[in-house]
Ligand binder design. Structure first.
Ligand code: ATP
Length: 643
């Protein structure tokens, strides 16, 4: 069809008219050629199993067309991605707006008194048991915004048990306002609705900061946390819910507060837990509170926020003083994963950008390790994985209060005589996330899986020994070797380094395969087993955390609660005693970004509120980049986008 031929000498040349599109398709399907390398855009076609040949003349226009279609498609896709990003943003803004309005309305209708005292601005946080809103005093309306004191108004859900509310109130009143523990200004009750008024502190979400905190900041965070725990534990109280979302940490000012005592439990002198239904102290508490309430509101106000700038200046002065005293040395600040390549002791690690394939392989490898850490045998009965070794005392009632992922082995083993060591374990889990850049580190759906996660990290022997000591027998189907905490943390934190094609190539066998450890399933040069028999790559100079950090981590995460370090002891650990050295000649602001940022002016009311509560939206990778570029940001390395 549509084909004419002309005779030129001995050669016959066929001229074909353009084919209608359906026929073109048929022709393409019949074509015995497949594009080489670059799909249909390849410059040469290769017959099946054959040699490269120049493309047929009629294939060329086809290829150009395909290229054009391909370009159009890419254009369309990126336009769609951009449209989706905008939609996501609008939706998120709408949702925030709705929830804000809803929370404000709820507070106004359930405790009308509040609106006579406070201007309530926006919602700053919400949990399972409450909604927290930002408020300022109406009588300070005439003051400039920067001088108005700010309060966090925690509106308890009416379904909250009064005992829980009372317990939280008592903890905040008796222990709060000092040693990094949140205080309370007043408590308002109207029928079955209760609101706590506390000092407001603008803070950073752990999600946003844990991956790029400097050594100095990690030390500071942990020291502050341990100071708070030491204070709480002196009162014989277990917080029971130590986790990042209950810690208010402002990276700009270095300020730190431990909050949310809703699950706190008091220990009696003999170490037994005081039962939740014991309300005998309520009358005394209310009397004491009555006396203090007026004074608190008048004098203390919101000292936290007002002190932000003063604290920042103090921080700056303090650092300058230390800088003068240190007079030089190596920096301990701001050395993050990204700075690995500039490390003086690692000059040879000029790692090139990994290709897409390498990145995919790295991601898969890391996911395999995470799966290994989180592995639970599917045949285990989650309700019957631990039995008492003591047949006489059959009951296994023990408090399980706390957040999954932060519960220590003694809680998972249903041990009734729990102590303040419960909080120390949770502090260890937070430190583990910081050192490994993996958060949440433990992510089990139930207590049985949580115990196997702990076993996958510390080995079955450790857990079974502890269980036996606590009169428990753990039933396991498979032995697990203990892992080395430092190597595990570094494997996650410096994944780019360990999985870089250069390093992998260096350790590959002659047959091109990588030798793997039988236990941890990692390459032998980077075996993460605690007792490894392989020849390991030395890490000297690679890690920003000193050995002391891992020693402290191991003590906080001691499986046996009776051997676990206390908050008081942990504060004396060499990790906190080491001096921070500052490089002379380098501007302080470059060494310690927090100090520089602290000099910025105070945030606006809305700004402070929205920084504290910004929703997370996960975008597909392409979309995320677009959204960042639109917002004028550099593409972030995180999987979530701050909208
Ligand atoms: N004083 C404060 N200043 C600023 N923000 C606060 C303050 N207190 C609480 N928030 C914010 O409100 C959030 C929820 O507070 P809190 O943990 O006390 O509530 P909750 O209902 O007990 O939460 P959860 O269910 O997580 O235990 C916190 O994560 C924090 O972001």
């Amino acid at each position: 069809m549509g084909k004419t031929s002309q005779q030129f000498g001995s050669r016959q040349v066929s001229i074909r008219e353009p084919l209608p599109s359906r026929e073109r398709e048929r022709e393409r399907a019949n074509c015995k050629y497949e594009a080489s390398g670059m799909g249909m855009l390849g410059r040469y076609c290769v017959p099946h199993g054959g040699q490269q040949v120049a493309p047929q003349p009629q294939v060329l226009p086809l290829l150009t067309q395909v290229q054009r279609v391909n370009n159009d498609l890419t254009d369309k896709l990126s336009r769609m991605a951009r449209r989706n990003t905008i939609k996501f943003r609008e939706l998120a803004a709408l949702q925030v707006h709705d929830k804000n309005a809803e929370a404000l309305q709820e507070l106004q209708t359930s405790i009308p008194e509040i609106t006579k005292i406070f201007d309530v601005h926006c919602r700053i946080g919400s949990g399972t048991f409450s909604t927290v809103l930002l408020g300022t005093l109406q009588r300070e309306r005439q003051l400039p915004e920067a001088q108005r004191r700010r309060f966090a108004i925690k509106h308890h859900n009416p379904t909250n048990h009064p005992e829980r509310i009372l317990r939280e109130l008592e903890c905040m009143f008796r222990m709060g306002g000092d040693h990094n523990v949140i205080g309370i200004n007043c408590c308002i009750r109207y029928n079955d609705n209760v609101a706590f008024v506390m000092p407001f502190m603008s803070h950073d979400r752990f999600h946003d900061v844990y991956r790029n905190l400097s050594l100095f900041e990690v030390k500071d965070y942990l020291r502050n946390l341990l100071v708070a725990l030491r204070h709480v534990h002196k009162f014989n109280v277990i917080h029971r819910d130590v986790k990042p979302s209950n810690i208010l940490y402002n990276r700009r000012t270095g300020k730190f507060l431990l909050c949310d005592f809703g699950l706190a439990q008091r220990l009696a002198e003999d170490g037994s837990l005081i039962q939740a239904s014991d309300l005998s102290g309520a009358a005394a508490l209310l009397r004491d509170m009555d006396a203090a309430q007026q004074q608190l509101l008048r004098h203390e106000g919101n000292s936290v926020q007002a002190e932000d700038e003063a604290a920042a200046h103090r921080l700056q002065a303090d650092t300058e003083r230390r800088m003068r005293a240190a007079g030089g040395g190596t920096t301990a600040f701001g050395e993050s994963n990204n700075q690995l390549q500039q490390h003086p002791q690692y000059p040879q690690q000029q790692l090139q950008e990994p290709s897409k394939k390498d990145l995919a392989a790295q991601k898969a490898d890391t996911q395999r390790l995470i799966n290994r850490l989180r592995y639970t045998n599917a045949n285990v009965d989650p309700n019957n994985y631990v039995v008492s070794t003591n047949n006489i005392r059959k009951e296994m009632h023990a408090s399980r209060a706390g957040t999954p992922g932060y519960r220590p082995p003694e809680v998972l083993l249903r041990y009734p005589h729990q102590t303040t060591a419960v909080d120390v374990w949770a502090a260890g889990v937070i430190m583990l996330s910081m050192l490994s850049s993996l958060h949440p580190f433990f992510k089990a759906p139930n207590d049985c899986a949580a115990l196997s996660e702990i076993m996958n990290l510390f080995g079955d022997v450790q857990v079974r020994k502890t269980a036996f000591m606590l009169d428990r027998l753990v039933l396991i189907t498979q032995k697990v070797a203990a892992l080395d905490l430092r190597r595990v943390c570094m494997r996650f934190r410096y994944a780019n380094h360990f999985l870089s094609p250069e390093i992998q190539r260096r350790h590959r066998r002659a047959d091109g395969n990588m030798e793997l450890c039988r236990h941890c399933e990692q390459a032998t040069f980077n075996c993460i087993c605690k007792h490894s028999s392989h020849q390991l790559e030395t890490y000297e100079g690679l890690d920003m955390f000193p050995h002391h950090a891992y020693d402290l981590l191991g003590r906080l995460l001691e499986v046996n609660p009776q051997k676990r370090i206390s908050a008081e002891e942990a504060l004396k650990h060499p990790f906190f005693i080491e001096h921070h050295r500052i490089v002379s000649g380098v501007p302080l602001t470059h060494q310690m970004p927090a100090a520089a940022a602290a000099l910025r002016s105070r945030e606006s009311l809305q700004g402070a509120g929205s920084r504290t509560l910004t929703p997370y939206i996960s975008y597909p990778p392409g979309v995320k980049q677009l959204s960042n570029m639109e917002a004028g940001h550099r593409p972030a390395a995180t999987s979530t986008t701050n909208v």
